[in-house]
Design a protein. Structure first.
Lengths: 631, 642
């Protein structure tokens, strides 16, 4: 196998400006080899402030030592770039990405081959740029970047995701200026908090399609490597994108939460840079790294693990596959118990913040029995042999509700002989979205509807003697904003769960060509913990989830409160405090968001206050109310 | 019926002093029929400051109108009485009470016959005085309290109950530091106050120092020598309060004239109590005192002595405004026709000890969140960490009346473990309502005075009494038994992580009562027919349970108005380190004395670690906002199998 070796010393060129079509200049730091000549380049495009570094981040150094120029660019209106940002994934931002690729290809230090990588927001922008097929973009690596912003990020199953308002809205990173200048003033006047865009687009449509790759996968012309983790949000969309792309492609799904494999927990960690280098060397440098001869899919097959709020290493193993979904999969149908259950908006306390909220992953799912008491539960007998469930289970439900709007959550669990119920995977569907996320339609109370709920992708070996359990409920409060109406929901006869059961490979594929990460796993006590609690106010019958954490450059605090008696009334209070001393100034940005709902509407209030050297410098509030659109 | 009628006008004489043998003077308010002559007297004896509300209180007025002289007396060291008080249910107060009965009988307005009555603390002082058999004391009516302070109050089953440290300790620490009222005691008030502040000790200190049974508790409790009570005794309690089980055992053991009435009620007089239905208990009390103190033939002697409310399934809710069921007479307790029946399954299995089990247990049978907040919730909330056994749906109704008990064959990987047994009624929709419960610290399997550690792995037989009940399971419902190793709102967690096993042969015995044959007449009660109040009309406490998912702790917190002030408490248990539990509680009492605003704040921290219990008490007094007095006490005692 050939791969670039670490042969260069590395330097950082700071604040190189990239002119855009309208004169706005984006700011870039370049991490590059100390050597003459032209090199392939890799763009990382961020709204999170590339920062002030003079020493390159380890991942950038790794590639620069191996003959790449890493171009780390602030999105327009953020960090040190000019202009304003008025919306998440704006038209300007997407176009800027294309122009940045082409600008990079023209530079004297670039050989004309450009790649792009990034995690999370910086992963999604890879899709945005690749979908425009800039001529010089030769490959991308998407780590935790969804192909569908609506279904996987902002409105899972058709209900607003509380996280967007607990964590994502208040940081308003676009508001945070780092320079005492006109540029900052312009930004303060012109930027708009992104939460306003989220709450204003409750149904799918052009707004979300413009920001999502799905369903036009054919727009991507360059080779794609997707990386995700089962403890993250986006294994499902990345495997879906993988299955739909018609370009050279590779998928690596580990046990990880929302971090690069080199540093991710739960482990085992991998040398992810090596895998990325294999991809870029192949497609940017034209080296035959062998990656094209490897099976293109590598997944971590999980096993039973005593549920706990945070663990540093998962149980299971990596396995290679030739395709996704796996061709040899057999469908096992499990008929589901019929019966009625009360919609309890407080269901979901054991669901964890699994999937992208917390990283490190304080908030893994807990023993599901805490939520099963509010669910309609079907449990199999002990399995006579191991079953590996790999793929997307599908619940084909026949449902009715006493209300015209309700959510169905479906959880699949592994029940150990001691009774512990460990979450394997889950799915949600707001039943008013049964036919379309773009044009939801109310339910006719009492009428029976067929509802297909696709569960998130998983790969999990259920051991012989364990039992499988399906729990259906009406809420999952840490993931879906509660629907507004109290109701009794019924699962009717004929409902079933279709499980993708994957038999052993025959013949067996070779072990995946992977290496462990050079960084050891931390001990549990070394992993910085948030404040995370669930309070049941037994008199008011409310449940409040509190989560306070250091996040990015500041501290995020959130309080999400739902009401059992009046499920329409939900409130999310969140704040973010960003403090940064710079050039003799102490700048504190405090933002607060109050997002609430009643029977009729959602309300989103944002307040931003900036204090410079202890004195008020800027204050602005935004307030928006939008009718509830079937969620 | 031959019953006194409320025909007298009433007069009040405030602050009459009663000299004790050692010179201390107790303060009494007298509520008397405004007429010449001698009257039978009713003595009410309180640590809760008789002067908190102006006399005549409605109950006192009623009995005075019916021809009784009421003496409402502050216990030594409290209210407007002299001296100081250092321990809960103190022997000094009992001796004072006996002297007071004799003093009352000698007064010109008294005909020499005395009755005693009261609720809660004011209730148990009745039998404490009666145990000494003062001659003039002819009858007592005891409401809603325990006869055994150790097993029914401080350490049921041998594990400390949080309640005395959440509420009693800070509340009484504050109460006992409040100055007497100069309006009554005159200029001497500040000297009396100074003596109190210098001499009195927070009651929590003696509580934490007596976590095992022994002489301290025996001289304060009625059991085991019930024969000491010779006067006519009427017990009134409620299933939603803590003490019906204790009452009924006392009732069964006593040989004096006796009667018992158990309604659905929480910790209040039956006329005002929730859940409904209420009864006119003043009439019942009048009949008792007329019979035994006035010497009228009221017919009460000829009635079946036991009146019970037979409960039925009620959907669990944090507040219960109305109970379902009916009042029923019985000739004896427990009913002779009730047959102990073994539930048809073997209770066996293995369970990891989770200290936070009991989130759904409510403040049940505590009366802590008055009037009726804090009832048990759907018991399924606690099932994940319990062993659960459920019968098939019942084919016909089944009444259970008596004291159920479990005989368990247990072993533990630790040398100390607690076993909680809960009996539930499972409705056809799956809802699981708590019917009754019991628990026992296995190291107390043979004795509460000399507990002995378990030998890990060894199988012991452990008998656990469940609280008495009269409950009708309906056909189609199922009976469920839940066994766990904690019930944290009711029992301090045992200190050691462990895995516990119930071995085959573990069984639950239910006293199943067939219908009465012949049926006794319906009880002669005036059941007050009134619609239940609306939920919104019942002042709510603050009451929350918080799970800290990172630290793996569970905290139950509440704030309530109780008596003269506000009681706050936070009780935290740890899933990872069960030895570490802590109650942080406080009480604030504000009063006006001689035109000055007096604020008394008591703060108690009761905590445990592997080796010891610790109790810190602090009193801070401000007068007109300025610091006036501050004192702290701290005591640590070994855990001693608690």
């Amino acid at each position: 196998m050939n791969r670039s070796a670490a042969e260069h010393a590395v330097k950082v060129l700071r604040h190189v400006t990239i002119p855009m079509r309208d004169g706005v200049r984006l700011s870039a730091h370049l991490t590059m080899p100390v050597a003459e000549g032209r090199f392939p380049a890799i763009l990382e495009y961020t709204p999170y402030h590339k920062g002030d570094y003079t020493e390159p981040p380890a991942r950038f150094r790794y590639f620069a030592e191996r003959g790449y120029v890493i171009v780390n660019v602030d999105v327009r209106g953020t960090g040190d770039s000019e202009g304003v940002t008025t919306d998440v994934y704006s038209d300007d931002e997407r176009r800027d990405g294309y122009e940045a690729i082409e600008w990079i290809a023209r530079q004297s230090w670039c050989d004309g081959n450009v790649g792009m990588f990034g995690i999370s927001y910086c992963g999604v922008v890879c899709w945005h740029v690749a979908a425009q097929a800039p001529p010089h973009l030769k490959a991308i690596i998407v780590r935790s970047g969804t192909d569908d912003i609506y279904t996987e990020w902002t409105y899972p199953g058709g209900c607003p995701r509380p996280y967007m308002y607990e964590n994502y809205a208040p940081p308003n990173p676009e508001l945070v200026g780092e320079r005492w200048s006109e540029m900052w003033r312009q930004r303060l006047e012109g930027n708009v908090p992104w939460g306003i865009g989220f709450i204003s687009h409750q149904t799918d449509g052009p707004y979300w399609r413009a920001r999502s790759l799905r369903p036009d996968y054919g727009r991507v012309k360059c080779p794609v490597f997707v990386i995700d983790g089962w403890a993250d949000w986006y294994a499902t969309p990345l495997l879906r994108a993988f299955a739909n792309l018609n370009v050279p492609k590779r998928a690596l799904i580990g046990p990880w939460s929302h971090m690069w494999p080199d540093d991710a927990i739960p482990g085992p960690k991998l040398d992810g840079n090596r895998e990325c280098l294999k991809w870029f060397d192949q497609w940017l440098k034209g080296i035959d790294t062998g990656v094209l001869r490897e099976p293109p899919v590598t997944i971590f097959v999980r096993e039973y693990f005593q549920p706990t709020i945070m663990f540093v290493e998962d149980k299971g193993h990596f396995r290679a596959e030739n395709e996704w979904p796996i061709a040899r999969t057999r469908e096992e149908s499990l008929s589901l118990r019929e019966g009625a259950f009360e919609y309890r908006p407080d269901a979901g306390i054991a669901a964890g913040r699994h999937g992208g909220g917390p990283f490190p992953p304080w908030g893994m799912p807990l023993d599901q029995r805490a939520d099963e008491i509010h669910s309609l539960v079907t449990t199999t007998g002990p399995l006579a042999e191991d079953w590996e469930i790999t793929g997307n289970p599908l619940a084909e439900l026949r449902v009715s509700s006493t209300a015209d709007i309700t959510l169905f959550t479906v959880k699949l669990s592994d029940v150990a002989p001691d009774g512990t119920s460990n979450l394997i995977t889950k799915g949600y569907l707001n039943a008013t979205h049964r036919e379309s996320h773009a044009e939801p339609a109310p339910l006719e109370p009492g009428k029976v509807y067929e509802l297909n709920v696709e569960l998130l992708a998983c790969s999990y070996r259920v051991a012989k003697g364990h039992r499988l359990r399906v729990a259906i409920a009406g809420a999952d409060l840490q993931h879906c904003w509660p629907t507004p109406k109290p109701c009794i929901n019924t699962i009717h006869a004929g409902s079933r769960m279709i499980l993708p059961v994957v038999p052993s490979q025959a013949p067996k594929l070779p072990e995946p060509d992977l290496r462990p990460s050079p960084y050891p796993l931390p001990r549990r006590e070394q992993v910085a913990a948030p404040e995370y609690s669930v309070t049941h106010d037994l008199v008011r019958e409310t449940t409040t989830v509190r989560y306070d954490t250091r996040c990015g450059a500041g501290i995020n605090r959130s309080e999400f409160t739902i009401s059992r008696r009046e499920p329409a009334r939900t409130t999310c209070k969140a704040s973010y405090e960003y403090r940064k001393p710079m050039s003799g100034m102490d700048v504190v940005v405090n933002t607060q968001c109050v997002t609430s709902s009643d029977e009729k509407a959602f309300h989103h209030l944002v307040d931003a206050a900036i204090i410079v050297n202890g004195r008020p410098y800027f204050q602005k509030s935004w307030n928006i109310s939008v009718p509830r659109a079937f969620c | 019926m031959n019953l006194s009628q409320p025909t007298y006008k009433v007069r009040v004489i405030r602050h009459v002093t009663i000299p004790m043998r050692d010179g201390a003077r107790l303060s009494a308010h007298l509520i008397l029929p405004d007429a010449p002559g001698k009257f039978p007297a009713i003595f009410e004896y309180t640590p809760y400051h008789k002067g908190l509300y102006p006399e005549p209180w409605p109950r006192h007025r009623f009995f005075a109108e019916c021809g009784y002289a009421i003496a409402h007396v502050d216990i030594r060291g409290t209210g407007d009485s002299e001296g100081f008080t250092n321990t809960f249910a103190d022997p000094q107060q009992i001796a004072d009470g006996v002297e007071t009965v004799e003093w009352i009988a000698r007064q010109p307005w008294c005909d020499g016959n005395v009755g005693m009555t009261g609720i809660s603390y004011v209730g148990f002082v009745c039998y404490q005085v009666a145990m000494h058999q003062p001659k003039p004391l002819k009858a007592i009516i005891v409401y809603q309290c325990m006869t055994d302070h150790y097993t029914s109050w401080l350490c049921p089953g041998g594990s400390p109950r949080p309640f005395p440290f959440e509420q009693t300790a800070p509340l009484m620490t504050a109460y006992n530091a409040v100055p007497p009222n100069p309006e009554f005691v005159g200029e001497n008030w500040s000297a009396m106050w100074r003596e109190r502040l210098e001499q009195c000790e927070p009651w929590g200190l003696a509580l934490i120092s007596n976590l095992l049974d022994g002489p301290f508790w025996r001289e304060r409790s009625l059991p085991p020598d019930f024969d000491r009570i010779r006067c006519a005794t009427f017990w009134i309690g409620g299933w939603s309060d803590a003490y019906s089980d204790d009452f009924l055992r006392a009732f069964a053991a006593m040989k004096c004239p006796k009667k018992v009435l158990i309604g659905p009620w929480a910790h209040s007089y039956a006329k005002d109590a929730l859940p409904l239905p209420r009864v006119d208990d003043e009439r019942e009390c009048l009949r008792w005192f007329d019979q035994w103190v006035k010497g009228k033939d009221t017919g009460i002697k000829d009635e079946p002595p036991v009146t019970l409310f037979v409960q039925e399934f009620c959907p669990p809710d944090i507040i219960r405004l109305e109970d379902r069921g009916r009042f029923q007479s019985e000739n004896e307790w427990p009913p002779a026709r009730a047959k102990e029946t073994v539930l048809p399954f073997d209770l066996s299995g293995t369970l990891s000890y989770e200290p936070s089990v009991g989130v759904a247990a409510g403040r049940y049978v505590i009366g802590q969140l008055p009037p009726i907040w804090g009832m048990p919730l759907d018991q399924r909330l606690d099932e994940p960490h319990s062993l659960v056994f459920t019968t098939e749906p019942l084919k016909e109704d089944m009444e259970v009346i008596g004291h159920p008990h479990a005989v368990l064959q247990v072993s533990s990987t630790a040398d100390i473990a607690y076993f909680s047994v809960k009996l539930c009624d499972v409705a056809p929709d799956g809802t699981s309502a708590l019917v009754t419960k019991g628990g026992r610290n296995a190291t107390h399997r043979e004795s509460h005075t000399n507990p002995t550690p378990l030998e890990p792995g060894k199988v012991y037989e452990l008998t656990i009494g469940l609280q008495a009940l009269a409950y009708a399971f309906k056909a189609g419902h199922r009976v469920r038994v839940m066994i766990a190793n904690a019930d944290f709102q009711n029992a301090w967690p045992t200190p050691k992580p462990c895995v516990n096993t119930l071995h085959p042969g573990s069984r639950l015995f239910l006293p199943i009562a067939p219908p009465q044959r012949p049926e006794l007449p319906a009880p002669d009660l005036i059941v007050l027919s009134q619609p239940p109040p609306r939920r919104e009309q019942i002042p709510p406490p603050e009451y929350a349970i918080t799970r800290d998912l990172v630290r793996e702790t569970t905290t139950v917190s509440y704030s309530i108005r109780a008596g003269a002030g506000i009681n706050h408490s936070r009780f935290t248990v740890s899933s990872k380190k069960p030895a570490q539990a802590v109650i942080d509680s406080s009480y604030e009492y504000n009063a006006t004395r001689a035109g000055a605003a007096v604020s008394v704040k008591a703060h108690c921290v009761t905590s445990s670690d592997e080796k010891a219990f610790h109790h810190l008490a602090d009193v801070e007094i401000a007068v007109n906002g300025k610091p006036h007095f501050q004192k702290s006490w701290i005591v640590s005692v070994p855990r001693q199998c608690c």
